[in-house]
Ligand binder design. Sequence first.
Ligand code: AMP
Length: 278
Amino acid sequence: MEIIHSIEKLQQILNRNERGNRTVGLVPTMGFLHEGHLALAEQAKEQNDTVVMSIFVNPAQFGPGEDFESYPRDTERDAKLAESAGVDYLFIPSVEEMYPTDGGIRILPGPQATALCGASRPGHFDGVLKVVLKLFNIVDPDRSYFGMKDAQQLAIIETFVRDFNLRTTIVRVPTVREEDGLAKSSRNVNLSEMERNEAPAIRQALELGAKLFAEGISAKEIETRVAAYITENSSGTIDYVSMLTYPELTKYEPSSKEAILACAVKFEKTRLIDNIIL
Ligand code: AMP
Protein backbone atom coordinates (compact mmCIF):
# COMPACT_ATOMS: atom_id res chain seq x y z
CA MET A 1 0.00 0.00 0.00
CA GLU A 2 1.22 3.46 -0.87
CA ILE A 3 0.34 6.57 1.16
CA ILE A 4 -0.17 9.65 -0.97
CA HIS A 5 -0.61 13.24 0.17
CA SER A 6 -0.54 15.01 -3.18
CA ILE A 7 -3.55 15.37 -5.51
CA GLU A 8 -1.29 15.68 -8.54
CA LYS A 9 0.57 12.47 -7.74
CA LEU A 10 -2.63 10.48 -7.21
CA GLN A 11 -4.08 11.82 -10.46
CA GLN A 12 -0.94 10.74 -12.30
CA ILE A 13 -1.11 7.22 -10.89
CA LEU A 14 -4.81 6.81 -11.65
CA ASN A 15 -4.71 8.43 -15.08
CA ARG A 16 -7.42 6.79 -17.26
CA ASN A 17 -5.11 6.50 -20.26
CA GLU A 18 -2.67 4.43 -18.30
CA ARG A 19 -4.97 2.31 -16.21
CA GLY A 20 -6.49 0.56 -19.24
CA ASN A 21 -9.19 -1.91 -18.21
CA ARG A 22 -8.22 -1.94 -14.55
CA THR A 23 -11.14 -0.81 -12.41
CA VAL A 24 -10.76 1.54 -9.45
CA GLY A 25 -12.93 1.54 -6.31
CA LEU A 26 -13.00 4.60 -4.04
CA VAL A 27 -13.73 4.52 -0.31
CA PRO A 28 -14.02 8.08 1.10
CA THR A 29 -13.62 8.35 4.89
CA MET A 30 -12.73 10.77 7.65
CA GLY A 31 -10.37 8.21 9.19
CA PHE A 32 -10.10 6.76 12.70
CA LEU A 33 -11.00 3.57 10.91
CA HIS A 34 -13.24 0.83 12.29
CA GLU A 35 -14.83 -2.30 10.87
CA GLY A 36 -17.52 -0.26 9.09
CA HIS A 37 -14.87 1.47 6.98
CA LEU A 38 -13.05 -1.81 6.48
CA ALA A 39 -16.23 -3.48 5.19
CA LEU A 40 -16.40 -0.79 2.51
CA ALA A 41 -12.75 -1.37 1.59
CA GLU A 42 -13.14 -5.14 1.52
CA GLN A 43 -16.16 -4.92 -0.77
CA ALA A 44 -14.24 -2.49 -2.98
CA LYS A 45 -11.37 -4.98 -3.11
CA GLU A 46 -13.68 -7.79 -4.21
CA GLN A 47 -15.18 -5.72 -7.00
CA ASN A 48 -12.19 -3.73 -8.35
CA ASP A 49 -8.56 -4.18 -9.36
CA THR A 50 -7.39 -1.14 -7.40
CA VAL A 51 -8.76 0.31 -4.16
CA VAL A 52 -8.23 3.92 -3.15
CA MET A 53 -9.23 5.00 0.35
CA SER A 54 -9.22 8.66 1.28
CA ILE A 55 -8.85 9.98 4.81
CA PHE A 56 -9.82 13.60 5.16
CA VAL A 57 -11.62 15.28 8.05
CA ASN A 58 -13.44 17.70 5.82
CA PRO A 59 -13.80 21.13 7.47
CA ALA A 60 -16.41 22.13 4.88
CA GLN A 61 -18.96 19.71 6.32
CA PHE A 62 -18.63 20.83 9.96
CA GLY A 63 -20.64 23.79 11.24
CA PRO A 64 -19.56 26.32 13.90
CA GLY A 65 -19.47 24.69 17.34
CA GLU A 66 -19.42 21.17 15.90
CA ASP A 67 -16.71 18.59 16.63
CA PHE A 68 -14.16 19.31 13.86
CA GLU A 69 -11.38 19.85 16.41
CA SER A 70 -12.24 16.92 18.67
CA TYR A 71 -12.94 14.51 15.79
CA PRO A 72 -10.65 11.52 16.54
CA ARG A 73 -7.56 11.12 14.36
CA ASP A 74 -4.86 8.41 14.23
CA THR A 75 -3.21 8.12 10.85
CA GLU A 76 -0.60 5.53 11.83
CA ARG A 77 -3.20 3.11 13.09
CA ASP A 78 -5.41 3.85 10.08
CA ALA A 79 -2.59 3.01 7.67
CA LYS A 80 -2.15 -0.47 9.20
CA LEU A 81 -5.87 -1.18 9.13
CA ALA A 82 -6.29 0.11 5.57
CA GLU A 83 -3.44 -2.07 4.36
CA SER A 84 -4.94 -5.13 6.07
CA ALA A 85 -8.25 -4.48 4.27
CA GLY A 86 -6.52 -4.49 0.88
CA VAL A 87 -6.29 -0.76 0.17
CA ASP A 88 -3.72 -0.03 -2.57
CA TYR A 89 -3.53 3.75 -2.26
CA LEU A 90 -4.28 5.62 0.95
CA PHE A 91 -4.91 9.26 0.06
CA ILE A 92 -4.36 11.63 3.02
CA PRO A 93 -4.42 15.23 1.78
CA SER A 94 -3.98 18.22 4.06
CA VAL A 95 -6.68 20.89 4.27
CA GLU A 96 -4.36 23.21 2.26
CA GLU A 97 -3.97 20.55 -0.42
CA MET A 98 -7.74 20.10 -0.77
CA TYR A 99 -8.77 23.72 -0.34
CA PRO A 100 -5.90 25.98 -1.44
CA THR A 101 -8.37 28.58 -2.70
CA ASP A 102 -12.06 29.30 -2.28
CA GLY A 103 -13.74 30.97 -5.19
CA GLY A 104 -17.01 30.83 -3.29
CA ILE A 105 -18.74 28.35 -5.61
CA ARG A 106 -21.20 26.20 -3.68
CA ILE A 107 -22.93 22.95 -4.56
CA LEU A 108 -26.42 23.09 -3.14
CA PRO A 109 -28.19 19.79 -2.53
CA GLY A 110 -31.94 19.64 -3.16
CA PRO A 111 -34.91 18.83 -0.92
CA GLN A 112 -33.37 15.56 0.30
CA ALA A 113 -31.00 17.70 2.37
CA THR A 114 -33.73 19.65 4.19
CA ALA A 115 -34.79 16.68 6.37
CA LEU A 116 -32.98 14.78 9.16
CA CYS A 117 -29.34 15.86 9.60
CA GLY A 118 -29.73 18.57 6.94
CA ALA A 119 -32.25 20.34 9.16
CA SER A 120 -30.04 20.33 12.26
CA ARG A 121 -26.70 20.81 10.45
CA PRO A 122 -27.26 23.64 7.93
CA GLY A 123 -24.70 23.53 5.12
CA HIS A 124 -23.44 20.07 6.12
CA PHE A 125 -24.41 18.36 2.88
CA ASP A 126 -23.07 21.28 0.78
CA GLY A 127 -19.70 20.48 2.34
CA VAL A 128 -20.15 16.75 1.77
CA LEU A 129 -20.96 17.23 -1.92
CA LYS A 130 -18.02 19.59 -2.31
CA VAL A 131 -15.49 17.08 -1.03
CA VAL A 132 -17.14 14.14 -2.77
CA LEU A 133 -17.04 15.89 -6.16
CA LYS A 134 -13.40 16.75 -5.63
CA LEU A 135 -12.60 13.14 -4.73
CA PHE A 136 -14.49 11.86 -7.78
CA ASN A 137 -12.51 14.25 -10.00
CA ILE A 138 -9.20 13.33 -8.40
CA VAL A 139 -9.66 9.55 -8.36
CA ASP A 140 -12.08 9.04 -11.28
CA PRO A 141 -13.40 5.86 -9.63
CA ASP A 142 -15.41 3.23 -11.48
CA ARG A 143 -17.22 2.46 -8.23
CA SER A 144 -17.55 4.46 -5.00
CA TYR A 145 -18.49 2.89 -1.68
CA PHE A 146 -20.71 4.51 0.93
CA GLY A 147 -22.24 3.12 4.13
CA MET A 148 -25.95 2.87 4.90
CA LYS A 149 -25.15 4.16 8.39
CA ASP A 150 -25.14 7.60 6.75
CA ALA A 151 -28.26 6.84 4.74
CA GLN A 152 -29.17 10.46 4.02
CA GLN A 153 -25.67 11.20 2.74
CA LEU A 154 -25.85 8.12 0.53
CA ALA A 155 -29.24 9.09 -0.88
CA ILE A 156 -28.07 12.65 -1.68
CA ILE A 157 -24.89 11.39 -3.34
CA GLU A 158 -26.89 8.94 -5.47
CA THR A 159 -29.07 11.84 -6.65
CA PHE A 160 -25.97 13.97 -7.33
CA VAL A 161 -24.40 11.23 -9.46
CA ARG A 162 -27.63 10.56 -11.36
CA ASP A 163 -28.59 14.20 -12.02
CA PHE A 164 -25.10 15.36 -12.99
CA ASN A 165 -24.04 12.28 -14.97
CA LEU A 166 -21.02 11.72 -12.75
CA ARG A 167 -19.06 8.77 -14.06
CA THR A 168 -19.03 6.50 -11.04
CA THR A 169 -21.36 3.83 -9.72
CA ILE A 170 -22.41 4.24 -6.10
CA VAL A 171 -22.35 1.04 -4.05
CA ARG A 172 -24.40 0.86 -0.83
CA VAL A 173 -22.78 -1.05 2.04
CA PRO A 174 -24.85 -2.24 5.05
CA THR A 175 -24.15 -0.82 8.52
CA VAL A 176 -21.60 -2.73 10.60
CA ARG A 177 -22.47 -2.90 14.31
CA GLU A 178 -20.90 -3.67 17.66
CA GLU A 179 -22.08 -6.88 19.31
CA ASP A 180 -24.61 -4.94 21.38
CA GLY A 181 -26.11 -3.38 18.25
CA LEU A 182 -24.51 0.08 18.43
CA ALA A 183 -23.54 1.22 14.91
CA LYS A 184 -19.76 1.42 14.63
CA SER A 185 -18.65 5.03 14.43
CA SER A 186 -15.39 6.91 14.86
CA ARG A 187 -17.29 9.17 17.24
CA ASN A 188 -18.09 6.33 19.69
CA VAL A 189 -14.73 6.93 21.44
CA ASN A 190 -16.02 10.34 22.51
CA LEU A 191 -18.80 8.72 24.59
CA SER A 192 -18.30 8.45 28.35
CA GLU A 193 -18.43 4.94 29.81
CA MET A 194 -21.98 5.50 30.96
CA GLU A 195 -23.06 6.87 27.59
CA ARG A 196 -21.41 3.93 25.81
CA ASN A 197 -23.43 1.55 27.97
CA GLU A 198 -26.64 3.41 27.15
CA ALA A 199 -26.02 3.92 23.44
CA PRO A 200 -27.35 0.50 22.29
CA ALA A 201 -30.79 1.88 23.24
CA ILE A 202 -30.70 3.70 19.89
CA ARG A 203 -30.65 0.46 17.92
CA GLN A 204 -33.17 -1.15 20.27
CA ALA A 205 -35.51 1.80 19.73
CA LEU A 206 -35.22 1.50 15.94
CA GLU A 207 -35.97 -2.23 16.18
CA LEU A 208 -39.01 -1.39 18.29
CA GLY A 209 -39.99 1.02 15.49
CA ALA A 210 -39.66 -1.75 12.89
CA LYS A 211 -41.87 -4.01 15.00
CA LEU A 212 -44.52 -1.30 15.37
CA PHE A 213 -44.35 -0.67 11.62
CA ALA A 214 -45.01 -4.37 10.97
CA GLU A 215 -48.04 -4.08 13.26
CA GLY A 216 -49.42 -1.27 11.10
CA ILE A 217 -48.87 1.57 13.60
CA SER A 218 -48.79 5.08 12.06
CA ALA A 219 -45.53 6.90 11.27
CA LYS A 220 -46.27 9.63 13.81
CA GLU A 221 -46.95 7.16 16.61
CA ILE A 222 -43.79 5.20 15.71
CA GLU A 223 -41.69 8.38 15.90
CA THR A 224 -43.16 9.25 19.31
CA ARG A 225 -42.61 5.80 20.79
CA VAL A 226 -39.08 5.43 19.40
CA ALA A 227 -38.11 8.83 20.83
CA ALA A 228 -39.65 7.90 24.18
CA TYR A 229 -37.70 4.62 24.29
CA ILE A 230 -34.41 6.45 23.72
CA THR A 231 -35.17 9.12 26.32
CA GLU A 232 -36.25 6.54 28.90
CA ASN A 233 -33.21 4.32 28.36
CA SER A 234 -30.38 6.81 27.93
CA SER A 235 -29.18 10.24 29.00
CA GLY A 236 -29.07 11.32 25.35
CA THR A 237 -31.33 14.04 24.04
CA ILE A 238 -33.24 13.54 20.83
CA ASP A 239 -32.19 15.67 17.88
CA TYR A 240 -34.73 13.95 15.63
CA VAL A 241 -36.59 10.69 15.15
CA SER A 242 -38.14 10.68 11.73
CA MET A 243 -39.83 8.22 9.41
CA LEU A 244 -39.62 9.17 5.73
CA THR A 245 -39.62 7.52 2.30
CA TYR A 246 -36.23 6.25 1.17
CA PRO A 247 -34.26 7.35 -0.78
CA GLU A 248 -36.47 10.36 -1.62
CA LEU A 249 -36.72 11.44 2.04
CA THR A 250 -40.23 12.81 1.65
CA LYS A 251 -43.19 12.45 4.03
CA TYR A 252 -44.08 8.79 4.54
CA GLU A 253 -47.56 7.79 3.35
CA PRO A 254 -49.06 4.31 3.83
CA SER A 255 -48.85 3.88 0.03
CA SER A 256 -45.07 4.60 0.00
CA LYS A 257 -42.79 1.76 -1.07
CA GLU A 258 -39.64 1.90 1.03
CA ALA A 259 -39.26 3.82 4.26
CA ILE A 260 -36.46 4.81 6.58
CA LEU A 261 -36.72 5.34 10.30
CA ALA A 262 -33.76 7.52 11.26
CA CYS A 263 -32.62 9.24 14.41
CA ALA A 264 -29.91 11.46 15.82
CA VAL A 265 -29.18 11.54 19.54
CA LYS A 266 -26.95 14.05 21.31
CA PHE A 267 -24.73 12.96 24.16
CA GLU A 268 -22.47 15.30 26.07
CA LYS A 269 -19.56 15.47 23.61
CA THR A 270 -20.92 13.67 20.60
CA ARG A 271 -23.96 13.17 18.44
CA LEU A 272 -24.81 9.70 17.14
CA ILE A 273 -26.99 8.78 14.17
CA ASP A 274 -28.54 5.50 13.12
CA ASN A 275 -31.36 4.24 10.94
CA ILE A 276 -33.32 1.21 9.87
CA ILE A 277 -34.90 0.58 6.48
CA LEU A 278 -38.50 -0.59 6.81
P1 AMP B 1 -16.91 8.55 8.05
O1 AMP B 1 -15.45 8.29 8.19
O2 AMP B 1 -17.66 8.41 9.33
O3 AMP B 1 -17.21 9.81 7.30
O4 AMP B 1 -17.47 7.37 7.14
C1 AMP B 1 -16.88 7.06 5.90
C2 AMP B 1 -17.76 6.06 5.20
O5 AMP B 1 -17.88 4.88 6.01
C3 AMP B 1 -19.17 6.57 4.94
O6 AMP B 1 -19.61 6.09 3.67
C4 AMP B 1 -19.95 5.93 6.06
O7 AMP B 1 -21.31 5.75 5.76
C5 AMP B 1 -19.24 4.61 6.20
N1 AMP B 1 -19.48 4.06 7.53
C6 AMP B 1 -19.27 4.66 8.72
N2 AMP B 1 -19.64 3.86 9.74
C7 AMP B 1 -20.11 2.73 9.17
C8 AMP B 1 -20.65 1.51 9.70
N3 AMP B 1 -20.79 1.30 11.00
N4 AMP B 1 -21.03 0.56 8.82
C9 AMP B 1 -20.89 0.76 7.48
N5 AMP B 1 -20.39 1.87 6.93
C10 AMP B 1 -20.01 2.85 7.77
